[in-house]
Design a protein around this ligand. Structure first.
Ligand code: NAD
Length: 499
């Protein structure tokens, strides 16, 4: 299908068939309570469908299925080479259904269709394929002991893994968790955000079609306080891999403390700095990257480069170019292939972002661009790209994660000052530095307290690089790359006394 044509897109939307039940033990089922919740299209404010609202009873049912599959070994004891074949098939089916998945994400999360079809879904496929490809190439260790002993150091799957994910990249966040968790042989219960469940439910169905055995991959749509908490508190779940806000991340740690000390891995928020040194590359290149960093995915991106920390000599030309480029980023219907900025995820979130814009104005920052809700007549939740100049590092808009298209501009005069402003945050997920001097690039990259630092670009790396945060942006482990495998396995030593 060609998702570049408006007519083709509209007719494909009319043919979409939503999966609205939970996926437990290889089957779609209603929630035990019979309850459901409404999911809406944030670009129109209208309901799309109702989805099963899972709760403790459904989590219990899914854990039983996941545990039984794990102990039987239908997946956990399958050879890595055979698991690889099934996961390759799964990736292939995701690719075959890429347009459908892209449309589901666009409709339910307000994300521009071009991004869904050229970035999110291809990256989802790539992630599953990458982890599948890796599993039969990972070796265990033999320890250097004396000749009358043999010590094997093995990595084993953890068992039943719970995964709770956010709404901003539904399929991709699911893939970042299930790719390495399934590759390692675990059984998984995944709870998508209540704001974006549809693509993940379809992924579950495709995994079964690919041959992932019954009970090994379960998807439990539902609310955080019910389904999410039940996963966190469950006594027979061995690990909870969470991506979302630091507030809920803290709750996850408390769930582990109050239940069975399950392993917890957290990927949380960010307030990423983009540091532009006086000797930055061409202003056009910097402006394009700053624009993507700040406004891509409506700023609803954990690594969003929401703080522009620029040398005072470059501020004016950079802002002039940035404002010009913003004109090339139309806000509009996410289904329109020309749209670069879609809708925010829901009304409450849009109001929160507008609240930050008001706070910026009342704290004395200078509103240079945007600042308004637009396209109100659609019923959708659109905010135009917004730039604040003259931001002070203590203002709310410089400190808190806004998770919307709002860029705060702060100037500096020395490298030390730039680094100090950049690091003055509770977060430490990502950062960018722009300079043409390789020595400064390396020195500043080492000094920035962030899990990923990109030089002369805005980037999260690719599947080969680990992703996760310093400080309150993360807790234990990393998504993506070989390091993701480590967090879904545990070490076992087998010590053998020989004759
Ligand atoms: P959120 O914390 O509100 O929700 C995340 C998930 O947790 C959802 O599935 C939600 O239903 C669930 N949840 C909510 N309350 C819960 C509770 N009491 N117990 C258990 N689960 C609960 O976050 P969000 O609004 O969905 O996503 C935005 C946040 O995610 C931002 O802070 C963003 O930076 C972060 N994020 C981080 C990364 C990363 O890789 N570091 C990636 C994407 C998003």
């Amino acid at each position: 299908m060609n998702l570049k044509e408006n007519d083709t897109i509209r007719s494909a939307v009319s043919r979409l068939d939503f999966r609205t039940q939970a996926f437990i033990d290889g089957k779609f089922v209603d929630a035990a309570s019979g309850k459901s919740f409404v999911t809406e299209n944030p670009a129109t404010g209208k309901p799309l469908t109702e989805i099963a609202a899972c709760d403790k009873e459904d989590v219990d049912r899914a854990v039983k299925a996941a545990r039984s599959a794990f102990e039987k070994g239908s997946w956990s004891k399958m050879s890595p080479a055979d698991r690889k074949i099934v996961l390759f098939k799964f990736a292939g089916l995701l690719e075959t259904h890429a347009d459908e998945l892209a449309l589901l994400e666009c409709l339910e999360a307000g994300k521009p269709i071009q991004d869904c079809s050229t970035i999110d879904i291809p990256e989802t496929v790539n992630c599953i394929r990458w982890h599948a490809e890796a599993i039969d190439k990972l070796y265990d260790h033999v320890s250097p002991t004396s000749s009358d002993t043999l010590a094997l150091i093995l990595r084993e799957p953890i068992g039943v893994v719970g995964a709770v994910i956010p709404w901003n990249f539904p399929a991709l966040m699911a893939a970042w968790k299930i790719g390495p968790a399934l590759a390692a042989g675990n059984s998984v219960l995944l709870k998508p955000s209540e704001l974006s469940s549809l693509s993940v439910l379809r992924m579950a169905e495709l995994s079964a079609e690919a041959g992932v055995p019954q009970g090994v991959f379960n998807v439990l749509p539902g609310l955080g306080e019910t389904a999410g908490q039940a996963i966190g508190m469950h006594m027979d779940i061995n690990m909870l891999a969470f991506t979302g806000s630091p507030e809920v991340g803290r709750l996850c740690l408390s769930y582990a403390a109050k239940s069975n000390l399950k392993r917890i891995a957290l990927e949380c928020g960010g307030k990423s700095p983009q540091v532009v040194m006086a000797d930055a590359p061409e202003i056009d290149i910097v402006a394009e990257n700053v624009l993507i960093g700040a406004f891509w995915n409506m700023g609803e991106n954990c690594s969003c480069g929401s703080r522009l920390i620029v040398h005072e000599s470059l501020k004016d030309p950079l802002l002039d170019r940035l404002i010009e480029l913003c004109k090339e980023w139309p806000v509009g219907d996410p289904l329109n292939p020309e749209t670069k900025v879609g809708s925010l995820i829901e009304k409450a979130h849009m109001e929160k972002v507008l609240g930050y814009i008001e706070a910026g104005i009342s704290e004395g920052a200078q509103l240079l661009l945007g600042g308004r809700r637009v396209l109100v007549e659609t019923g959708g939740y659109f905010i135009e790209p917004t730039i604040f100049d003259k931001v002070n590092k203590n203002m709310k808009i410089a400190r808190e994660e806004i998770f919307g298209p709002v860029l705060s501009v702060i100037t500096f005069t020395s490298e030390d000052q730039a680094i100090s402003i950049a690091n003055d945050s509770n977060y430490g997920l990502a950062a960018s530095v722009y300079t043409q001097d390789v020595n400064s690039a390396f020195r500043i990259s080492r000094a920035l307290k962030a899990g990923t630092v990109s030089v002369n670009c805005f980037s999260e790396g690719d599947m080969t690089t680990p992703f996760g945060g310093y400080k309150e942006s993360g807790f234990f482990g990393r998504d993506k790359s070989i390091w993701a495998h480590e967090q879904y396995t545990q070490l076992k030593t087998i010590w053998m006394q020989l004759d």
